[in-house]
Write a protein of this length. Sequence first.
Length: 276
Amino acid sequence: MLIKSGKSLCNLFILILQAATAPMKVKPFYNKMDITGMMNNKFYYLPRSVNWHGSNTRESLAKNLSQSIGQLLSQSINQDSRASLAVSGGRTPVLVFEALSELNLDWSKVDLVLVDERWVDASHEDSNELLVRQHLIKNKASKVNFMPIKNNAKTVKDGLILCQQSFQKIKQPFDVVVLGMGTDGHTASLFPCAEELNDAMSPNNSLSYVVTSPKTAPYARISLTYKAISSAKNIILHLNGSHKLKVLELAMTHKNAEKMPIYAFLEGPLSIYWSP
């Protein structure tokens, strides 16, 4: 079609732009989550069971998330005289750990555990225990009751036995579990490539922890099982960056927990905290 005037060209451009930016049609069981200003006016869709919390910066997100965790722990202490918190490792939660360490909370009544751990010494640079000790177990949180996963057992399988025995002393089900997510859709150390995944994801597995040996990541690991995580009173997924939203969207598209284990936790109550 021949464009005869600049005005017509302008109108055509507006129509094309409107079509390109129009929101997708949403299935009835999804809520539209508008994160305009964070992700170039794109729209993302999450199950109704998911609560979305977005912040413009990672610093503000860490403050909001740490305060939310603190409120949940305080409620549990008031109700049960004790609270339990399971946290993930990696770079993402460092700011949250720092903020948590400054919260006014009776930390002596809080049991702290790791969602998962690599079978490495606590002094190893890849140890989640080291990360937590450096950034969380200090300041006002120095009195928290921390139960590490790594122990003196010679093998990871023997370590799992000792771990299970030690964690019988921890308040369960957990009051708060904070998860992360990898680019392959794994969470905790529930990797899609791990031979132990079916056992770890089984709702009939009565154990809190399981050994996993991912093919795409170094080290054998000990991880919370699906049942231990899904039984928690509050499950939080902490994400940073647009690439993690793409992974999350892919998981919701495939709807397959064997290929992307994070999807299993999108079927139940979940709070997602995200920043660019």
